[in-house]
Design a binder for this molecule. Structure first.
Ligand code: ADP
Length: 477
């Protein structure tokens, strides 16, 4: 592009901070494995490696009708799930908006609202009427925040993430908070499982596809759940639930990877990332998530663009900003998607103008080119780091070896096909996300393992997965 010299120099100074060499990616994955080990050994570690008390994954033959309630991101969803037993299901669902007031107010108000939403759903949408039944309706509660579980339906909220901060919830049993809200309304609904959305994704992919070793989310936040040998979870030793050995699903809470940054920095923090972190409601928390997820990528881009707008002499938009650009979290990651999806430079200009709320005539070809350059840089780094998380699970479960590390004498399971279930807007909509993730996978675990990895969307994972966990709760009783 026809960049003035001062602009080219500035961009060239920014770019290296976003670059991830193969060596750096391997170092990050290695550090991931170290955090896995710490989390599996002790409670209270930044990467929590939460035992879910789910000891089996479905095979697709399961049947029954269950309720699911899903709180995790932008919306609250209530679902009725009918498992048909042939890898298929029927789903009725309704979304309810969660206001910022509810997200940041009193927890009791938030849980009351959830119970009211289930009540409304049962009246307006459900095929089954709890008042016509002898037994309580069983509900799986997809609650996609870090919960330290002590049983399938019991667990304390460790911390809020993704913009939630409701008071008097951290340290409380969220299964009980929900049940209390149902009971106050005399509803015939029983919460029998607390389910992380990653666990739901894993269970759903296993039900629909017959097998799955990792369920992962790349949406508002990022996280993963995988099937671990109980013998490799030292912190569970002596717990009656694991006396017979076997397997257990672990919710990694990998968004918290490298929260110890500063002490042991391995993530490629730039000044734009540091600014985002400082101004966030959870400083030095969810360190990994802040590089990757939909909630944050737009904000990183906003920080870069503002630096270029404010540069003297200006590098973008002749120094003109916009309300969208000036607003904290004003730039939605979906705008980056549109910018990267645009086919021609003229289309990029249109996407930039619409996405940033600037008149088309204020966006030159060069401006459009620069915004696209920055978006691609932020998104490529995010997708490659996502690949590091997936690779870490393949290595942890001994399905693959981390290139350049490890003892080659250690036996590795033959890859065959490795099923990874995914969900979230990043993987569903962001252009080139999987391709970029796979380029990192190749560098980390080699081409054979990358090729053997089948990445599949687990649609409706939070609803169907919660139903499958409710069913699992019945079996495990
Ligand atoms: P959740 O994780 O809350 O269940 P999603 O998976 O839909 O929901 O993720 C929502 C996040 O994805 C938001 O942060 C939003 O900015 C971002 N997003 C929504 N649509 C797109 C898109 N087309 N491309 C990229 N990001 C998107």
């Amino acid at each position: 592009a026809d960049l003035p010299d001062y602009a080219r120099k500035t961009l060239e100074a920014i770019a290296p901070g976003f670059k991830l060499t193969d060596d750096r990616l391997r170092e990050i994955t290695h550090s991931f494995l170290h955090d896995f080990e710490l989390g599996l050994s002790k409670y209270g570690e930044p990467m929590a490696m939460i035992p879910t008390y789910v000891t089996g994954v479905p095979n697709g033959k399961e049947t029954g009708t269950f309720l699911a309630l899903d709180l995790g991101g932008t919306n609250l969803r209530v679902c009725e799930v009918k498992l048909l037993g042939n890898h298929k299901f029927e789903l009725r669902q309704q979304k309810y908006k969660v206001s910022d007031t509810l997200k940041t107010g009193e927890a009791v108000a938030l849980f009351n609202y959830m119970a009211d939403s289930v009540d409304a759903f049962l009246t307006e949408r459900a095929s089954i009427d709890p008042n016509q039944q002898n037994e309580d309706l069983l509900l799986g509660f997809t609650f996609s925040f870090p919960v330290e579980q002590t049983a399938l339906a019991r667990g304390e909220l460790l911390t809020w993430t993704k913009g939630f901060s409701a008071k008097n919830a951290v340290g409380h049993d969220v299964g009980q908070l929900l049940q209390d809200a149902f009971d106050r309304r005399h509803m015939h609904v029983k919460c029998v499982a607390i389910v992380n959305d990653t666990v739901g994704t894993l269970m759903t992919r296993a039900y629909t596809g017959g097998d799955c070793l990792l369920g992962s989310i790349f949406g508002t936040g990022t996280n993963g759940a995988y099937v671990e040998d109980i013998s490799r979870i030292p912190k569970l030793a002596g717990h009656p639930a694991v006396a017979n050995g076997g397997k257990m699903v672990i919710n990694c809470e990998w968004g918290a990877f490298n929260n110890t940054a500063g002490l042991r920095t391995v993530l490629p923090s730039t000044p734009f990332d540091n600014k985002l972190d400082r101004e966030s409601i959870n400083v030095r928390k969810q360190a990994f998530e802040k590089f990757i997820s939909g909630m944050y990528q737009g904000e990183i881009l906003r920080n870069i663009l503002l630096t270029l707008v404010d540069h003297q002499p200006p590098i973008l938009f002749k120094g003109e900003s916009s309300a969208t650009l000036n607003k904290h979290y004003g730039l939605d990651t979906a705008v980056m998607s549109d910018v990267e999806n645009a086919q021609t430079l003229a289309d990029v200009r249109t996407a930039v103008s619409a996405g940033l709320g600037l008149p088309l005539e204020s966006v030159s070809d060069l401006d459009a080119w620069i915004v696209r350059w920055a978006a691609e840089m932020v998104a490529t780094r995010a997708a490659k780091l996502s690949g590091a998380a997936v690779a870490a699970i393949l290595v942890q479960t001994r399905h693959a070896r981390l290139q350049g590390y490890g003892d080659p004498a250690e036996p590795i399971k033959t890859p065959g096909v490795m099923h990874v279930g995914v969900d979230g807007s990043m993987v569903e909509f962001y252009p080139h996300f999987e391709e970029r993730l796979r380029s990192a996978l190749r560098a980390l675990v080699g081409e054979e393992a990358e090729k053997a990895t089948k990445i599949g969307m687990a649609k409706d994972g939070s609803g169907v997965g919660a139903a499958l966990c409710a069913l699992q709760a019945m079996k495990q009783l």
